[in-house]
Ligand binder design. Structure first.
Ligand code: PSU
Ligand code: MN
Length: 306
């Protein structure tokens, strides 16, 4: 396979893609910015294990020394986890400078989709996506993740979006840009920590085979763009709706008071919510990522059978 000159695909991942075997992409902002050390590294390594146990090859994605990497070593994951917030959070607009200047970057949903696509990977598992922020009607803060979903043919399996965002406007944006939003075993958009949000999704699908077939048809129809699969957190790890929403409201009030904006907003809100809810939210976060990894591996396997 002739890869882009700035891309390094780890040999195991390259061999699997070439042989038409299942591969699942994973992002690295969740490691550097989404969780504290050392739980971030432990989780990232376990997610890879879950993917292997479910029949696929994991490809954690990042930018290291200006190289786009699809598939990291355990040492590279440890490095990203330990360096934490000091690694640049890399969205689409950051790539040219990071690569030209041979810098490191933790990939968001946006850049993970981009690099996965460059490496020939179609399925990507994560925790939550970015979206339209509350107050976006004046701040215009809309995550580049939504635009990437509109343009790049990768299926993103997540646990919905946190209600740090305006979930209603996020769904409107995805609708305008033609992104299918699928509920896995549900007709309601999950809100990351909780199985419910009060907002409906377009379609419910109930098996990895149905997800794979739908994505396959999207490709065969020649429709550009990705697909968003929202997989509710397992019941036993879900948080109390009122507890989590109170913490989120408080985190948003603090961010307004502290004048937080731009790419800092999401990491700031995530850290505040974690602080306000103690270890509970971290454990929920870890468990929902494992749950998404399992579904992604099975969907990747089903896609390979088509
Ligand atoms: N939402 C979460 N957890 C995360 C992120 C978002 O619940 O870790 C990360 C993801 O990497 C996502 C990025 O792609 O934040 C979105 O950032 P922004 O809103 O600045 O586009
Ligand atoms: Mn933003």
């Amino acid at each position: 396979m002739n890869y882009n000159k700035y891309l390094d695909v780890n040999p195991e991942v390259a061999a699997a893609v070439a042989a038409g075997k299942p591969v699942v992409a994973l992002e690295s902002t969740i490691i550097s910015h989404g969780m504290p050390y050392p739980q971030n590294v432990e989780t990232a390594l376990n997610v890879e294990k879950v993917i292997r146990e479910n029949g696929a090859v994991p490809a954690t994605i990042a930018i290291l020394g200006g190289r786009l990497k699809a598939g990291l070593t355990a040492e590279e994951i440890e490095y990203l986890g330990k360096t934490g917030q000091a690694v640049t959070k890399a969205s689409r607009r950051d790539l040219p400078v990071l690569v030209a200047k041979k810098m490191d970057g933790a990939t968001t949903v946006t850049t993970t989709m981009m690099i996965a696509h460059m490496a020939g990977i179609q399925i990507f598992a994560t925790g939550g996506i970015g979206g339209v922020h509350r107050g976006a009607e004046t701040t215009m803060d809309i995550s580049a993740d939504l635009e990437e979903l509109a343009n790049t043919p990768v299926m993103v399996i997540c646990a919905g979006a946190k209600s740090i965002l305006d979930l209603g406007l996020t769904l409107e944006y995805l609708e305008t840009h033609g992104v299918p939003v699928i509920g896995y075993g549900t007709k309601e958009l999950p809100a990351f920590y909780t199985r419910r949000s009060g907002f409906g999704v377009d379609y419910e699908l109930d098996s990895p085979e149905e997800l794979a077939e739908t994505f396959h048809v999207q490709r065969e129809l020649g429709i550009k763009g990705g697909m968003l699969v929202t997989n509710p957190i397992p019941e036993q790890y879900a948080m109390d709706f009122d507890v989590i929403n109170k913490a989120i409201d408080e985190a948003i009030a603090d961010s307004v008071r502290d004048g937080i904006h731009g790419k800092e907003t999401t990491p700031y809100l995530l850290a505040k919510v974690k602080e306000l809810t103690g270890g509970d939210s971290l454990n929920s976060n870890i468990q929902l990522v494992y749950n998404n990894a399992k579904l992604a591996a099975r969907t990747a396997a089903a896609l390979c059978r088509l």
